[in-house]
Design a protein around this ligand. Structure first.
Ligand code: ADP
Ligand code: MG
Length: 833
């Protein structure tokens, strides 16, 4: 039995927490031989001794040195999964969690029941699981259920250099959990694994670790990589430039795999198509399937739903079915950045299409090229293909997004073609509105990409930009946490009873302004208790006041969506609105449900097609929005109608295509609806009554309730049309004013409320193109504002009672005040009761 360490024992004097047994692993001789080539194998002894002696250890090594695949095996063999405990490994990307669990199971000759993975939507964890790969969001949810993580003896945080928000928070939390477990004499080991980038943020941070943890560096066996810069930087057509480069390499240069870095899934597929046409592989391949159907799972679901739709033909009302969702394991709330990337960024993808303008390239079957795509949402079995050697006589060419930068190492790569770009999410500091933009990578990322060419022999990296441009790149990508609003993570941390988020040991803290803004929003949403009035006002004081979470806040924290949307869900148990609210929230979370039809057309033919489709989509939107009460719900009614109609039509790619809907987004909405429904049912089992899998269109009064629910959630996105007397000049014609922006904002032309111009609206987001446009617009009745959004109003008399409730049964607002001023800036008309 491990002796209890005396309380004052120093780290060095502490008796090593001795793992009990050596657990033998029965590897195949070939596998063992392959392992022995990895640089990390020679460090096993050092790493395991450090782990035994220190609560926290950092392992640093070049990508491909064997950290992810080998360290979990070291720990397993050293007995860290004995007594039914689990070795937990977190990855910021889903791809890595799945692929690595499969790889490690294979290397160890163990079943996936023992070496398993868990990501948001799926997993294969069993009672027997001893090594568990998961996304960082999954572990964060587990901490909410069991703060001490008692089922783990060791937690490995992999890819810490990526600095994803959840990785950062996990490291902060685990630094505390490790201490708590030590006090209980149930030590938990923490291993942080990182590429050789800026470990100082972890080691030199006194708040994080009082004693800097030991850093074990794994020597890499990297071969030299010659970097070739372009003379000039192509500004637009980097995909085309990639194509030409690959053609050249393949025709002229000696054997060796090619790895191309592009920014998104659509680009990857377009380039794959072009390359396959240019260098066909003799063996007839099945026709390239639509990117949308990549997932076998989705195809299966799609077929099922078609069958159901046929059965359902007898009924006349549009109905959707929720009954074919896989039941999600409790608490999988990870927000995978890449999902958003895939579902959001389509309009940014430079789709080269099948226009045949391949620079006059003729198919050349004498030089077969094995072209494989690689991106985060690719079906796992397709991902696995990149690890297999290409057929005899062909050269491997992997076209990847930045998943291939550090998380996955592809064997046999000698040439890297780097477009130098990455798709990144940007947030406007003022409005918090986000968008995806394609930008230059950092120098560190570019070097990582280049390094992929030197794994097995000296290699070459072709950068499609000039050295001057490279000199202007940022050194490192900034940690994600400093780049985005933090209201969701603030809420998650409050739910963990971390009241003073500002004192949390972040590896790199977010700005105080961002934390204050988050707390203000959460107070306004009712998720946090407002500070007492006497102490009120000054913002800086507020940052020192720790606002505890409310019951509503706890409910909101269980939903894996942004707090504004979580508020809507929390409210929508009333009047059977839940299925509708879930659908609206899912659609808003996935965003960009409709195809981008405003893109420039390449030909007259395409222009005509786009025009026709625009007209069709506009018509469908009007139908989905309906009239009267339902039109007032505006674009959110369109979302509801579109999802309902699409489900009724069997959710087929054809239906989506015909109506300008993005099939992938629709599938994502489906999954999220299933997940949110599960979350609701898990929270209040009786809510099963409220979630009717057959969703009829909402009644007129339900639509009104939904409008109120939406108003309550999006309250800080309130806008008021500028009245004629306020018209100073033409630029304010048909414009709206919001509390945050000085400039006029407008309803987006794609909105069904574009011509309606209601006086008060709430919007989902503002996008800036030629003007500032509000998207996802819904109308608000003026008398709701003081009732539903009291924290955004200034009352002429101080509030003496809690905010009154809207009382729909009586058809009126119970409100005691004579008039209110909302922060939009103009006095509102008196509200009579
Ligand atoms: P690190 O985590 O340090 O970047 P990994 O443990 O991911 O390194 O990879 C170690 C080695 O294992 C690499 O050479 C890689 O090519 C190989 N490898 C990883 N996954 C697979 C797989 N599924 N099939 C074949 N080789 C793999
Ligand atoms: Mg790794």
């Amino acid at each position: 039995p491990p002796p209890a360490p005396p309380a004052a024992a120093s780290a060095l004097a502490r008796p090593p927490a001795k793992p009990a047994v050596f657990v033998p692993v029965n590897r195949s001789p070939e596998m063992q031989e392959e392992r022995l080539k990895l640089p990390i194998l020679s460090e096993e002894q050092v790493i395991m001794e450090a782990v035994a002696e220190h609560p926290v250890v950092i392992v640093c090594g070049e990508t491909g040195s064997g950290k992810t695949t080998q360290v979990p095996q070291f720990l397993y063999e050293a007995g860290y999964s004995s007594d039914n405990s689990i070795i937990g490994v977190t990855e910021p990307r889903r791809v890595a969690a799945m692929a690595m669990s499969q790889r490690v199971a294979k290397e160890m000759n163990l079943s996936p029941r023992v070496v398993s993975y868990q990501i948001r939507y799926e997993g294969n964890v069993t009672e027997e699981t001893r090594i568990k790969f998961m996304t960082d969001g999954v572990l964060l949810k587990e901490i909410q259920k069991d703060f001490l993580l008692l089922k783990y003896k060791v937690v490995v945080i992999d890819e810490a250099h990526e600095r994803s928000v959840y990785t950062d928070i996990l490291i902060g939390l685990l630094s505390r959990i490790v201490c708590l477990r030590e006090k209980r004499h149930l030590p938990l080991k923490l291993l942080i694994m990182s590429a050789t980038l800026r470990v100082e943020d972890f080691t030199q941070n006194q708040r994080l670790f009082a004693q800097p943890p030991p850093v074990i560096k794994v020597e890499s066996r990297q071969f030299p990589v010659t970097v070739h810069f372009n003379k000039r930087t192509p500004l637009e057509d980097y995909s085309g430039e990639c194509f030409r480069k690959v053609c050249k390499i393949h025709r002229v240069l000696p054997a060796g795999g090619i790895l191309v870095f592009l920014t998104g899934q659509a680009e990857v597929h377009a380039l794959c198509r072009r390359l396959r046409r240019a260098f066909p592989v003799a063996r007839p391949r099945p026709p390239e399937k639509d990117a949308q159907k990549d997932s076998v799972e989705e195809t299966r679901r799609f077929k099922k739903s078609q069958a159901r739709a046929r059965k359902a033909k007898a009924t006349t009302l549009p109905q959707i079915s929720l009954d074919n969702y896989s039941v999600l394991p409790a608490g999988g709330g990870d927000e995978d950045r890449e999902v958003d990337e895939e579902s959001l960024g389509s309009d940014l993808d430079l789709d080269l299409g099948d226009d045949g303008t391949d620079g006059g390239e003729r198919p050349d079957a004498s030089l077969p090229l094995r072209v494989l795509p690689l991106y985060s949402l690719l079906a796992p079995e397709k991902q696995a293909q990149v690890f297999q050697p290409p057929p005899e006589g062909t050269r491997l060419c992997v076209v990847a997004t930045n998943v291939a930068e550090t998380s996955l190492t592809i064997p046999g790569i000698k040439y890297v073609v780097d477009c130098g770009k990455v798709k990144k999410r940007y947030y406007d500091r003022v409005t918090g509105v986000s968008s995806f933009r394609i930008t230059w990578v950092s120098q560190a990322s570019a070097d990582q990409r280049a390094g992929r060419a030197g794994r097995t022999e000296p290699g070459h990296c072709y950068r499609l930009y000039s050295s001057a441009v490279f000199g202007d790149f940022e050194k490192f990508p900034p940690p994600e946490i400093t780049q985005r609003p933090v209201e969701d993570l603030t809420l998650q941390m409050k739910a963990l009873n971390i009241e003073k988020v500002i004192n949390f040991p972040f590896p790199t803290p977010p700005s105080v302004e961002a934390l204050i803004a988050a707390e203000e929003l959460l107070i306004a949403l009712g998720a946090l208790q407002a500070p007492p009035k006497t102490e009120r006002v000054k913002q800086l004081q507020r940052s020192r006041w720790s606002c505890p979470i409310t019951e509503l806040g706890r409910t909101m924290a269980t939903f894996p969506v942004a707090p504004r949307y979580a508020k809507m869900l929390a409210l929508s148990r009333q009047h059977d609105c839940l299925p509708y609210a879930i659908t609206i929230v899912a659609a808003m979370t996935v965003r960009e449900l409709f195809e981008e039809l405003d893109r420039p057309a390449a030909s007259d033919e395409e222009l005509a097609r786009l025009k026709g489709k625009r007209a069709r989509v506009a018509q469908m939107k009007r139908i989905w929005a309906g009239r009267g009460a339902s039109l007032k719900l505006g674009d959110l009614m369109v979302l509801l109608g579109a999802v309902g109609a699409c489900e009724y039509a069997g959710c087929s790619p054809q239906f989506c295509e015909a109506n300008g809907l993005r099939y992938r987004a629709m599938m994502e909405i489906r999954r999220l609806r299933g997940q949110l429904t599960t979350a609701v049912n898990a929270m209040c089992p009786e809510a099963g009554l409220f979630v009717d899998p057959k969703m009829q269109p909402p009644s007129e009064s339900q639509v009104t309730y939904l409008r109120q629910i939406v108003t309550a959630g999006l309250g800080d996105h309130l806008a008021r049309r500028v009245q004629s007397e306020d018209l100073l000049d033409d630029k304010w014609k048909n414009a709206y004013k919001t509390p945050l922006l000085d400039d006029p904002v407008f309803i987006h032309p794609s909105s069904v409320l574009f011509r309606e111009l209601p006086e008060f609206v709430v919007y989902q987001e503002i996008v800036e193109t030629t003007k500032m446009y509000m998207k996802g617009v819904s109308t608000v009745e003026v008398q709701w504002i003081p009732v539903l959004l009291p924290s955004y109003c200034q009352f002429d008399k101080p509030l003496e009672e809690p905010p009154p409730a809207y009382c729909p049964e009586k058809g009126r607002v119970l409100c005691h005040r004579a008039s209110v001023f909302c922060r939009v800036g103009w006095p509102l008309p008196a509200v009579q009761v």
